[in-house]
Write a protein that binds this ligand. Structure first.
Ligand SMILES: [Zn+2]
Length: 332
């Protein structure tokens, strides 16, 4: 089987794991955005794709080890012992109704690279290692990038084991259930290069018909949580001139964030994105003037100053609304 078909086979096979109803997707036009794959960390479907990857790793001659938090490492030693490791991989858990290439592409393309070297009799000097990170998506256990956080020492193993999913099981328990809690301890000190192939997470390459892009920056993210306080009152009996409507104030802030982010992009070519994706309106009654609104403003950019400036302007807008309306107040 040629290289492309071998990788394609892995992606098609594993793309059926966690798909309800079960279906093999063989062509791009068969993909249905409403029927993705669901295989959160520690589920039976997650075990299936892990087992599949481990089999492929072993077939490719890799030595497979599992660490305490279920990360999988498949290693091929190099001919020189004094050089750093080249590591490549991604994750095999998925978002709920996630994409079949998300994570899987990075893992199976790394395995394919090893197979290709084997085919061609290429002798690697550096050690090569394929890695699968546990619980990257946060779809069962928060936060996201959970086990890679443990690996780099940002989270303790006990804290990670004790994270609970929606049904109250701990990550330690579910990893034990699926047979992916072992004892390997991996320090990353020897890793000199890391390569992750990942399906595009936005629409740009696809729209422009470009097959591969190289990530130059990873965007920072900032959440601004605001509570807008107004005065709850009856929608029928309160005259327009005597209202302190928290949702009207919130709407102004939503519009401002969107407009200002667009301005930054248009004027300076910034990569800024600003979104209000969550509004909780209280009491949320059809005939009641909203007295309180909670909102989350999500701001991202590759340049910190741009995020700071959008945050400060959003706060200023909130303060201006407070000044102009008298009793509407915004708190963050
Ligand atoms: Zn991913």
């Amino acid at each position: 089987m040629d290289t492309m078909n071998r990788l394609k086979k892995d992606l098609i096979e594993t793309g059926s794991f966690g798909r309800t109803p079960p279906k093999r997707i063989e062509r791009y036009d068969q993909l249905d955005p409403r029927q993705g794959v669901t295989r959160p960390a520690g589920t039976e479907e997650n075990r299936k794709i892990r087992d599949y990857a481990v089999e492929r790793m072993k077939e490719a001659g890799l030595t497979v080890k599992i660490d305490k938090i279920g990360n999988i490492f498949g290693r091929k030693e190099g001919s020189k012992t004094n050089t750093g490791t080249v590591m490549s991989g991604s994750h095999l858990d998925s978002a709920l109704n996630g994409g079949m290439f998300d994570g899987a592409l990075g893992v199976f393309s790394a395995i394919e690279a090893i197979r290709r070297m084997n085919d061609e009799g290429f002798e690697n000097e550096r050690p090569l290692e394929v890695v699968v990170f546990t619980a990257e998506e946060g779809s069962a256990f928060s936060p996201t990038i959970l086990a890679s956080s443990v690996l780099v020492g940002e989270m303790s193993i006990d804290e990670a084991w004790n994270r609970k999913n929606a049904t109250g099981q701990t990550l330690g328990e579910v990893l034990e259930n699926i047979g992916y809690k072992d004892s390997f301890e991996r320090s990353l000190d020897d890793v000199e290069y890391f390569i992750e192939t990942h399906v595009e997470q936005g629409p740009i390459l696809d729209k422009e018909g470009i097959s591969v892009g190289v990530v130059e920056n990873i965007a920072g993210m900032m959440w601004l949580m605001l509570t807008i306080l107004g005065a709850e009152n009856h929608a029928g009996s309160t005259p327009m001139t005597m209202r302190h409507d928290a949702l009207v104030a919130a709407a102004d802030i939503v519009s401002f964030v969107n407009k200002r982010a667009n301005d930054l992009v248009a004027k300076s070519g910034a990569a800024t994105v600003g979104t209000v994706g969550r509004l909780n309106v209280f009491p949320n009654g059809g005939n009641i003037i909203p007295g309180r609104v909670e909102m989350v403003i999500d701001i991202r950019d590759v340049i910190w100053e741009n995020m700071e400036s959008l945050k400060n302007e959003a706060l200023k807008t909130a303060r201006d609304i407070e000044t102009n309306t008298g009793s509407v107040s915004a708190r963050n």
